[in-house]
Ligand binder design. Structure first.
Ligand code: AMP
Ligand code: GLY
Length: 423
């Protein structure tokens, strides 16, 4: 099989690593890819948003199977376009991708499906939005409706902060994405991610995972794309997975199908475990990055088989086989990320870290140049390890991080700590 993966992050390296181990792919292309995917297969200089270019490339090379990693190509309709070209493509079509592409759309589906979520108001005009904030008071959460590279959510501690966020979002800092805002009740609790393979009717949940969005230890500092993740998260044990899928995943599948748009791909529910029970904060329509890295280290099934079953509506025939160990990934980032940072730093020690037992260095913002691996982005690596339990996975991942030598880099030193405290 010839496979094309779209994207350039640690998630995409994990996808290509997993597929190359499965042995069913003769060639793995990655567009645009990174230093890691270049080793697993062949990088293609096409942007993830260049849907027409990606379809033309897939046609020209006789690609049989396409896997978009990030949300952007999905919301731009890459699945629809590949399907029209007769190419199998794993993920939701453009209509279904609105679950991530529009927070107002997601809220409306949740309400129709009866999924527990924060109370909210949706606004396209500043004055009524302001009045709503004045009435509700703080803390309150302001969200740009559209995609804003993970930066469109402001958890406002004060009324002033909320009004400021409203003005900047509706004033256009995120362009069209902020022309509509969702203003939401503030929820308190521990966050956890539940991801499920979906074929339109059937949902097969993966074990839980927990991301670490804040830049610094103790969940302080600005939000990032994710500084580390582990699986399973004790806050959502395996014994609760099916029940949670019944609350947060399956009602949405049913509602989407009822509206004539069956959802295929990964449905990812971002959950807040509140004292009043679980509530859905958001849906993503793809693997999370970095959640994907520990999850794929635990998945034993052939990934192309499971994804193919999703496309063919045969997921009811599949059983997921999951390694019993815990997996934990630590993101090594460029100093300054998520603000401004330097690129082009040489990274040494990847092979030494990879040589440790049950350890894999997934590359994100890296590029190969003259036999060296150089940093080319904010999140540079996700160093991931398996261990008999969470404590061992954590120990191994940090042992591997210690092998990495890169100037002006940093990482959180407390990935997994919240889970360990709960145990
Ligand atoms: P979202 O993209 O909607 O998941 O929001 C990004 C992050 O903002 C979440 O991971 C939470 O940490 C936080 N957040 C979003 N909605 C709420 C809420 N209603 N209450 C508290 N925190 C929230
Ligand atoms: N790690 C969160 C995300 O991928 O959206």
């Amino acid at each position: 099989m010839r496979v094309l993966i779209i994207g350039s992050g640690g998630r995409e390296h994990a996808l290509s690593w997993k597929i190359s181990r499965g042995g069913k792919a003769e060639t793995i292309y990655c567009a645009p890819g990174n230093g890691g995917t270049a080793q697993e297969g062949e990088n293609v200089p096409l942007k993830d948003s260049d849907v027409a270019g990606l379809v033309a490339f897939a046609r020209e090379k006789g690609v049989d199977f396409v896997i978009p990693g990030p949300e952007l190509p999905l919301t731009l309709g890459v699945v629809d376009a590949m399907r029209e070209a007769g190419i199998r493509c794993f993920g939701p079509d453009r209509w279904c991708a609105q679950l991530e592409g529009s927070k107002a759309f997601a809220k409306s589906i949740m309400q129709q499906a009866g999924v527990p979520t924060a109370a909210c108001g949706v606004f396209t005009e500043l004055e009524p939005a302001r009045a709503f904030v004045e009435e509700k008071g703080a803390p309150i959460v302001i969200k740009a409706d559209g995609l804003a590279a993970g930066k469109g959510v402001v958890v406002a501690r004060t009324r002033e902060e909320a009004l400021e966020a409203l003005e900047s979002i509706m004033g256009g800092v995120f362009g069209q994405a902020g022309s509509r805002v969702v203003i939401e009740e503030f929820l308190e609790g521990e966050e956890v991610s539940l991801l499920a393979f979906c074929d339109g009717k059937t949902a097969l949940p993966l074990p839980s995972a927990q991301d670490h969005k804040a830049a610094f230890d103790g969940d302080t500092g600005p939000n990032t794309g994710g500084m580390g993740a582990y699986s399973p998260a004790p806050v959502l044990p395996d014994s609760d997975l099916e029940a949670m899928a019944d609350v947060a995943i399956r009602p949405v599948l049913k509602e989407m199908a009822r509206q004539g748009h069956p959802f295929t791909g990964i449905l990812y529910a971002g959950l807040m475990m509140t004292k009043d029970g679980p509530k859905v904060l958001e849906y993503n329509v793809r693997f999370g990055d970095p959640e994907c890295q520990p999850l794929l280290m635990r998945l034993e099934n052939d990934l192309l088989d499971v994804m193919g079953a999703c496309i063919d509506g045969r997921l009811h025939e599949v059983r997921l086989s999951i390694r019993p160990e815990s997996a934990l990934g630590v993101v090594v980032a460029a100093e300054g990320y998520p603000g401004s940072y330097e690129k082009g730093m040489e990274i040494k020690g990847i092979d030494e870290a990879d040589a440790l037992p049950d350890t894999k260095v997934f590359q994100a913002g890296t590029a190969r140049s003259e036999g060296k691996t150089l940093s080319s982005g904010g999140r540079v690596l996700c160093v991931t390890a398996l261990g008999a339990d969470l404590a061992e996975a954590q120990k191994r991942a940090y042992e591997a991080v210690a092998k990495i030598d890169m100037e002006k880099s940093r990482h959180r030193s407390d990935i997994g700590a919240k889970g360990l405290r709960r145990l």
